[in-house]
Write a protein that binds this ligand. Structure first.
Ligand code: 8YV
Length: 310
């Protein structure tokens, strides 16, 4: 049987149910009783960016063979434990890259051109009375990307079309990206760009990679865009910098403690807040679900996994 660790989508549930016996953990009030009764029949878990698979869950499922995550990020899955127990892990790379990169650019434009504020200006009837404030140009700006993986590369490509200079930081310099300037530290990157886009995965090394020093290096005209994970940014420091005017603006799709968002941000017009929706299009979410199911089918048919991580 397959265990769903949280509700994801009706489509995914149906696709899973077409091929497997499916347990939905949220339908069982008494978890211990559930694991006692059904634990031994579960050979696969499906989770996502929120409902991960921790050591405790892995230990409760003695027959677990595979974790198929409906996400590209694996920060909520205990990969060490999975390796130790010989549990395979798959994610959903590639299929969501375009949407996440599109949204990074969308957030950048929304912050710089004040799209949400302008929409509120029209809806509230202020246009008839007031005068419209000028905004900030995006084309030609200096963009700094933290994390030059699939998503970072797709953001860079889009930024090139806006004639932006591309700077990046990643663990190692990429040999084939000579048009982009590499910075071995995030502070140096932030000192040399106006728009800092956070696009790396969350690991012990990248937690709070955007800290007070980085935010200060970015400065009053700088903007932070985060489409990765909330914990990549020191959130209280980000909030303080925005409230104190030490940072120019922020576009955030992810937060430290979702769905909690620091309320100090609600009154700031130079901030755009989204509910973790970068991959949230009908097309991409279907492709993600198909990949989750495809990985499970491959595993149980003894075929190579489509997107293995462990
Ligand atoms: C999804 C994500 O939000 O892929 C990731 O790492 O954060 C997102 O695509 C999420 O897993 C959907 O629930």
């Amino acid at each position: 049987a397959v265990l769903m660790a949280c509700p994801i989508s009706r489509y995914l549930e149906q696709e899973l149910e077409n091929s497997f016996k499916v347990f939905k953990i949220w339908q069982f009030e008494d978890r211990n009783q559930f694991f006692n009764t059904h634990g031994k029949s579960i050979r696969a878990v499906v989770g996502n960016a929120t409902a991960g698979v921790d050591a405790e869950l892995i230990e409760s499922l003695p027959k677990l063979e595979i974790v198929s995550s409906y996400s590209v990020g694996l920060d909520k899955i205990d990969l060490v434990k999975c390796r130790e127990k010989g549990v395979r892990v798959t994610n959903t790379p590639d299929v969501l890259t375009d949407d996440v990169a599109d949204l990074a650019i969308g957030l950048t434009l929304a912050v710089l051109r004040r799209l949400c504020e302008s929409d509120r200006y029209v809806r509230s009837g202020k246009w008839k009375k007031g005068d419209y404030k000028l905004t900030t140009k995006f084309t030609g700006k200096s963009v700094g990307i933290v994390g030059m993986g699939r998503i970072g590369t797709a953001i860079a490509k889009r930024s090139e079309a806006f004639n932006c200079s591309i700077n990046y930081h990643s663990r190692t310099q990429k040999p084939n990206l000579n048009n982009y300037k590499y910075f071995p530290s995030v502070i140096e990157l932030a000192s040399n760009c106006q728009i800092l886009i956070v696009a790396c995965s969350l690991t012990e090394e990248t937690r709070h990679i955007v800290n007070r020093e980085v935010i200060n290096a970015l400065g009053q005209k700088g903007v932070v865009i985060n489409i990765g994970r909330g914990l990549l940014v020191d959130e209280p420091e980000l909030v303080a910098a925005l409230v104190e005017g030490r940072l120019g603006g922020a576009g955030l799709d992810v937060f430290e403690n979702e769905p909690e968002v620091p309320e100090e941000l609600f009154g700031l017009e130079n901030v755009v807040l989204l509910p973790h929706v970068a991959s949230g299009t009908v097309e991409t979410r279907k492709a993600m679900a198909d990949l989750v199911v495809g990985n499970l089918k491959a595993h149980f048919m003894n075929k190579p996994l489509l997107s293995p991580v462990v």
